[in-house]
Write a protein that binds this ligand. Structure first.
Ligand code: ADP
Length: 232
């Protein structure tokens, strides 16, 4: 039993003539506060898995239970709300809103989860300080480096104190040194706040920062590698 329980999760993509099984029955448990990497080559189904875990996409069959809630049994509105409150997202290409400045991008995640404006601005300022961007609050994304943009998106993922952060190739668009710094930041934040991080990557150097690695190949989990045992 884990905080996130995944049972026989399958995803089939159908086009006119062919169907393709991108997830072939995934079973796994993720503990609360764990930093888990899902490691595998391009095309093995990592993003599909992450999207089905977070409820962005629907699996063809199987279950995802998060803190006792069967995510895919929720109606669309409740699922959206569940996501907004419980989850934060970090993407390879940051997905920042170009017409909003740094602090506005971050506070938006607070407003989306139903918090008041003043509280949202305060929380955004605090978390941006925590990721080292206190002197970039009123910059626009286009005036930031890749590493800075990813720090904004990490601040956005964390600001509403969700229980889970999903990160899809968070260092994929960054040079090696900046990628290392982003992973160090993630690990420090996990130690400080105890959120669960699930990170998808094709890069073993990145996955080595985590507590545990699940290796994936052709829609299946093929290996479970424990690097740090946090259960005690
Ligand atoms: P990864 O994240 O590991 O690179 P993906 O989850 O993106 O892998 O893709 C897994 C497989 O599913 C790939 O072969 C990809 O071509 C296929 N796939 C992904 N999305 C779709 C889609 N919307 N329609 C059809 N096939 C898809």
């Amino acid at each position: 039993m884990g905080y996130i329980e995944v049972r026989n999760l399958k995803k089939e993509y159908r086009t006119d003539k062919v169907s393709f099984e991108a997830l072939k029955g995934i079973d796994m448990d993720i503990q609360s506060g764990e930093v888990l990497s899902i490691l595998g080559p391009s095309g093995c189904g990592k993003s599909t898995l992450l999207n089905c875990l977070s409820g962005i996409d629907d699996p063809s069959s199987g279950k995802v239970i998060i803190g006792g809630t069967d995510v895919h049994a929720l109606k669309d509105d409740s699922k959206t709300y569940f996501r907004a409150v419980n989850m934060g997202f970090v993407f390879q290409f940051y997905n920042l809103i170009p017409v909003l400045n740094v602090i506005e991008n971050v506070e938006l995640a607070m407003l989306a989860s139903g918090r008041k404006e003043k509280e949202s601005r305060e929380a955004a300022r605090n978390v941006l300080e925590r990721v080292g961007l206190e002197d970039r609050l009123f910059y626009y994304p286009s005036n930031l480096s890749g590493g800075e943009r990813q720090r904004v998106s990490i601040a956005r993922a964390l600001v509403h104190t969700p229980k889970i952060i999903w990160a899809d190739e968070p260092t994929g668009a960054l040079d090696t040194e900046t990628g290392k710094k982003i992973m160090e930041l993630i690990i420090n934040l996990n130690q400080e706040y105890g959120q669960t991080f699930v990170i998808v990557t094709h890069d073993e150097r990145i996955s080595n920062y985590s507590d545990r690695i699940l290796k994936m190949d052709s829609g299946m989990i093929v290996e479970n590698i424990i690097l740090k045992d946090k259960r005690n």
